[in-house]
Design a protein. Structure first.
Length: 318
């Protein structure tokens, strides 16, 4: 851990300088950052975390999903991406089979299939909750859900969505210079998608440039709802009391300050992550290549106290 902190240029002197009038919050933030990044497994978060288990009403038994029909999924193609909840593959669809078992997939030719491994009860509930979340959603800025299937041979839940041929925003920004008009259009579409979720009481909690997909026809859609959460409270299993959500979930560089301080988080956490994502696009900078420890530490402390040096993040584009 000492080597990791030294690499991040955080030492006793810098901590004392940052602490000032902020008190223990400086140390708490550093502790939470190190724990989240798994720098040291022996560390514990500064506060008790929410359970995060989906409510029973948000889950479903695996038997309620149709079994994978191999005739439907004609050819499983390349891996498109991977994450904590599973891998995503492109897949060619058998149109004749789709007409019989998956009408929403008919005429699609190619789809994206997220294969989620169901293990213990908690993980299975997380997988089925994501599948239940996206059922019935319909918005031009949310990737369309086409069906969910269960593969008992591998204990996997297959979540099928539209195949989006333009790649994600992160990739697009690497290979093409996005003008201000493009950035404004993308920002508007992403915010419309976030608003759709928030209007339904859902937080995404993993907004980032890699979770914003594009199409060659100019569509912009949010994807990946594995960390989504309905509501801003959870019920204590012992007392039945409603408690605010306190946890750190998401992708390191996009985490909101309130999460890192282990304070209750709500819908604004998505707006923070959106802002960081757009900052990346404006500055043509991949934040994920930088060390997250000093980045998150400084963001969190400055966000808590406010900047007093008159500086702002520069918007000049190189």
């Amino acid at each position: 851990m000492q080597k990791r902190l030294a690499k991040a240029k955080i030492n006793q002197k810098s901590m004392n300088e940052a602490e000032g009038s902020r008190g223990s919050i400086v140390w708490e933030v550093l502790l939470n950052v190190l724990k989240f990044l798994k720098v040291c497994e022996a560390l514990r978060y500064s506060k008790h975390r929410s359970n995060e288990s989906p409510a029973p009403s948000e889950c479903a038994p695996l038997s309620s999903f149709p079994v994978v029909d191999k005739k439907l999924f004609a050819t499983m193609g390349d891996k498109l991406g991977s994450g904590g909840f599973g891998n995503v593959y492109s897949c060619l669809v058998n149109d004749d089979a789709a007409e019989q078992v998956a009408p929403l997939m008919k005429g699609k030719y190619r789809v994206a299939v997220k294969k989620m491994k169901c293990g213990n009860e908690r993980k299975t509930n997380m997988c089925t909750a994501e599948a239940k979340f996206v059922e019935g959603w319909s918005h031009p800025c949310i990737v369309p859900h086409l069906g969910t299937f269960y593969n008992p041979a591998k204990s996997e839940l297959w979540l099928v969505v539209d195949y989006l041929d333009g790649g994600n925003l992160h990739e697009a920004a690497r290979f093409k210079s996005l003008g201000w008009e493009h950035l404004a259009y993308i920002a508007e579409r992403v915010l419309l998608g976030i608003k759709y979720l928030h209007d339904r009481g859902v937080m995404h909690r993993d907004i980032k440039s890699r979770n914003v997909m594009l199409t060659t026809s100019g569509e912009v859609k949010l994807i990946d709802f594995g960390l989504a959460r309905r509501g801003i409270e959870e019920r204590d299993e012992t007392t039945g009391e409603l408690l605010p959500l306190i946890n750190i979930v998401g992708t390191a560089h996009y985490l909101s300050p309130e999460m890192l301080r282990m304070e209750p988080h709500s819908y604004p956490t998505d707006i923070w992550s959106f802002g960081i994502s757009m900052l990346e696009m404006v500055r043509r900078e991949d934040l994920t290549t930088s060390d997250p420890i000093p980045f998150l530490f400084q963001v969190c402390i400055e966000r808590k106290e406010g900047r007093t040096d008159g500086e702002t993040w520069p918007l000049e584009r190189e």
